[in-house]
Write a protein that binds this ligand. Structure first.
Ligand code: AVJ
Length: 319
């Protein structure tokens, strides 16, 4: 098992600059990629087990049935999973693949969280001793070219992580991915579909407050990088469906007037009571939107695999 690390480290100025720019913006933002430090990745794992957070409940059975249908496409492939997280999704998928086929696969989990890659690659190696694993810690938006291209590749991008990107970012991501893909490379893309707004909003406002903790934890991550003095408890978790953009937005709302300082900043960051930091978008798609993304990437949609209610789609695209 190999792990390559391409992520910038805590203390690197590129991260500080990005975060400072975001917090100086109007409106203030923080990139959702920064949710996933060690603690944030664990909180997200807890979210995936909540009753209200429906996406994994729908996606997991869909992964099983889809793997059954696509297993022969995986023979002698490099299986590249973008945003592999705890690798729970790919194990559902791989469980359906016969051992003789798994033996011919090299699995490349790609994730921003080094701890997640290390832990999950080890677990996976125990579960599938016959399979080769090569972990990569990278931000797949910036480092897509770091992914080896020696053999035919089967890209997986599950969990509707693509939903975190704005339409413009998603188009750029798909275009970049389309460019690095070779003929006959495949992509299996998980997207959360538009549905009843109540159901969507409940998924991001769970009754146990885990999503609130997850949202607020991004302030601890900012504190780690910027040595700021954010107190997460001085902010309120806000999540709602924005119809215009067909997305859930998560924000952190200042409960009172606040000033935040950092040794890397000349001036404080000032918050008026009620002011928010926009921390995440989670887009919900239509079939139309899916086709637009495929077109942007120069890929053709082979199949769209759905659950009965059409809450979630696994989209198979081929170059
Ligand atoms: C991991 C990006 C798919 O957008 O639903 C869960 C992250 N945010 N609850 C999502 C998340 C709040 C999740 N993704």
């Amino acid at each position: 098992m190999i792990i390559d690390d391409f992520m910038p480290k805590v203390g690197e100025s590129s991260i500080r600059e990005e975060l400072i720019n975001c917090l100086r913006g109007n409106p203030k933002t923080l990139p959702s990629m920064y949710f996933y430090d060690h603690h944030g990745s664990e909180l997200f794992e807890t979210i995936t087990k909540l009753d209200e957070y429906y996406p994994p409940k729908v996606e997991v059975p869909l992964l099983r049935s889809t793997a059954q249908k696509l297993k022969h496409e995986l023979e002698n492939c490099d299986l590249v999973e973008l945003g592999s997280g705890d690798c729970s999704k790919i194990s559902v998928f791989l469980d359906e693949i016969p051992e003789e086929i798994r033996r011919t696969i090299v699995y490349y989990p790609v994730d921003v969280c080094k701890q997640a890659i290390e832990k999950s690659a080890c677990n996976l190696q125990d579960r599938y001793p016959e399979m080769n694993i090569h972990g990569i810690t990278a931000d797949f938006l910036g480092h897509i070219e770091k992914i080896p291209a020696k053999r035919r590749r089967f890209f997986c991008f599950f969990g509707s992580t693509i939903g975190n990107l704005t339409e413009e970012q998603a188009m750029k991501f798909m275009t970049d991915l389309g460019k690095v893909m070779n003929n006959n490379d495949r992509l299996l893309l998980g997207v959360d579909m538009v549905k009843d707004i109540d159901i969507i909003e409940k998924a991001y406002n769970d009754s146990q407050g885990i999503t609130a903790k997850f949202n607020k934890n991004i302030l601890n991550v900012a504190n780690d990088h910027l040595m700021t003095n954010f107190d997460p408890e001085e902010f309120e978790h806000v999540a709602f469906f924005n119809k215009k953009y067909s997305r859930i937005e998560m924000h952190l709302k200042a409960k009172k007037d606040l000033e935040v300082t950092s040794p890397f900043l000349k001036n404080q960051i000032v918050f008026n009571k009620g002011e928010t930091i926009h921390t995440e978008n989670s887009h919900k798609y239509t079939v139309d939107g899916i086709n637009k993304m495929a077109n942007a990437a120069g890929l053709s949609v082979e199949s769209i695999f759905n659950d009965d209610k059409k809450w979630f789609s696994l989209v198979e695209m081929v170059k």
